[in-house]
Design a protein around this ligand. Sequence first.
Ligand code: DX5
Ligand code: ZN
Length: 220
Amino acid sequence: MTVIAPSILAANFARMGEEVAAISAAGADWIHLDVMDGHFVEQITFGPAMVAALRPNSSLPFDAHLMISPTDRYLAAFAEAGADTITVHVEAGPHLHRSLQRIRELGVKVGVAINPGTAVETVVPVLDDVDLVLVMSVNPGFGGQSFIPGTLDKLRSLRELIGSRPITVEVDGGVSASNAAAIVAAGADVLVVGSAAFKGGGQAYAANLAAIREATGVAG
Ligand code: DX5
Ligand code: ZN
């Protein structure tokens, strides 16, 4: 079954706790937490304190996408705050393997992310160390951008490289009901959805998520 992971970057920041509860009740499978530091990416969003504050508002897996650099000094805080998966970027620093080892030692799922301009082959040295590969389909830092079409070939290449390993493939950025089927067909297991999940306000969340799930051809 395709996992739908709404990104709270697109939620109402003034009511984030209620938003996480509402999108969870509306049919989300995971909650995608876009952590941005204003250094690795232009925008600043939130840190471990926000994740800890949100934790009681949903029993769904918290999928922390760290668009930060450096990463290592913050990993334990995100794990303690309640993140179930911690994903760091290949591009975030020179010691990716050590960062992934540290996440593993924290007892949470290990994810690695690649930007649109980064070759999929860069994750080959760590494929035996991760549970998830996050393929960015927009340049990170902002929601509401358009899906980069070349991502589909990248997904197919990634699937070849992964082979039979039990690795989850996640796609993040510009995902909607109109491209969800093609993204899943190219090899994605998890769809991160920001604008398309939260558009129209709380009353629309269930219908938004149902439309995306239906578009993937998988019953809710
Ligand atoms: C961008 C974030 C994405 C983004 C997705 O840096 O990593 O998760 O919020 O939002 P949409 O679905 O609106 O592109
Ligand atoms: Zn993200």
